[in-house]
Design a protein around this ligand. Structure first.
Ligand code: NDP
Length: 250
């Protein structure tokens, strides 16, 4: 049995591309109202237009912002139009790996960008939106972790540290919210072919493509399927963690 999330408000960061964009489509199909956040305003507007064309009647609100701006995140709950204020599903998905370097050559600017985007923004989003969830005794936090939260690899020290932090934060949130009807899920994908690798290799598409050679990577929509699965379990079921790999990856 699954549970209807039609009419629920879902807030997705990193909605202009990749996993976030795929989640926007899946949750629109499920009848959610959407708040879509990323920096690239034109892409958000195009996505809003496409979703509303495909699913007439689905309410979509876009916010162009940099999630590293923690004050803007804190102000967000008050600034959303009334129809979108009561966020039920929070998907703080925006994140990146930036650069590949051993610790003795780590670029501290890149490391700070990863910590701010992947960790602090996630904490700020949870801090901003959980008071409303607690007051309504209803909500679902769905974190976008990574295989990088389960293992470490050479050249990815800062990124793996941020994803370990996301999982630790998610686990603590689950402890803090136990006894309420708010659920906490952490999804850890393996390799997915999105813009992620192009960002990681700072625009070098050859290196980005090489990551996926021979492994037939996951698609962003595969992760959106898992998000939808977790969100549509009956209220007494909390899918705490999902680890999903490409079949040819381990
Ligand atoms: P993409 O690069 O395709 O998308 C990243 C999204 O995040 C974009 O919408 C981007 O939008 C947004 N974003 C990045 N920085 C910021 C910022 N400072 N402020 C606002 N939005 C921002 O990556 P994926 O979809 O693949 O990644 C999504 C999540 O999944 C990340 O947390 C990533 O760590 C995780 N993940 C990805 C894996 C993969 O192999 N692809 C594997 C495991 C986890 P814009 O540029 O418009 O701001």
């Amino acid at each position: 049995a699954s549970y209807s999330i039609a009419g629920q408000v879902a807030l997705i960061t990193g909605a202009s591309a990749g996993i976030g964009e795929a989640c926007a489509w899946r949750l629109a199909e499920a009848g959610c109202k959407l708040v879509l956040i990323a920096r690239r305003e034109a892409r958000l507007a195009a996505l809003q237009h496409a979703i509303q064309h495909h699913y007439p009647g689905v309410a979509v609100h876009t916010v162009a912002m940099d999630v590293q701006d923690l004050e803007a995140i804190a102000a967000l709950p008050q600034q959303l139009p009334d129809e979108f204020k009561a966020v039920d599903i929070l998907l703080p998905n925006a994140g990146l790996a930036l650069g590949v370097a051993p610790v003795h050559e780590l670029d501290m600017g890149d490391a700070a960008t990863m910590v701010n985007t992947n960790v602090l923004s996630v904490m700020a989003l949870v801090r901003a939106f959980t008071p409303g969830m607690v007051a309504r005794n209803r909500g679902h936090l769905i974190f976008m972790s990574s295989i990088a939260a389960h293992e470490a690899y050479s050249g990815g020290s800062a990124y793996t540290a941020t994803k370990h932090a996301v999982d630790a934060f998610a686990n603590s949130a689950r402890h803090d919210l136990v006894g309420t009807d708010i659920r906490v899920t952490s999804i850890s994908p393996g390799a997915i072919k999105t813009e992620f690798s192009v960002v990681r290799f700072k625009g070098d598409e050859g290196k980005a493509d090489a990551v996926y050679e021979g492994i037939r990577p996951l698609l962003a929509s595969d992760i959106a399927d898992n998000v939808l699965y977790a969100a549509t379990r009956p209220p007494h079921v909390q899918v705490a963690e999902i680890l999903v790999f490409a079949t040819y990856q381990c």
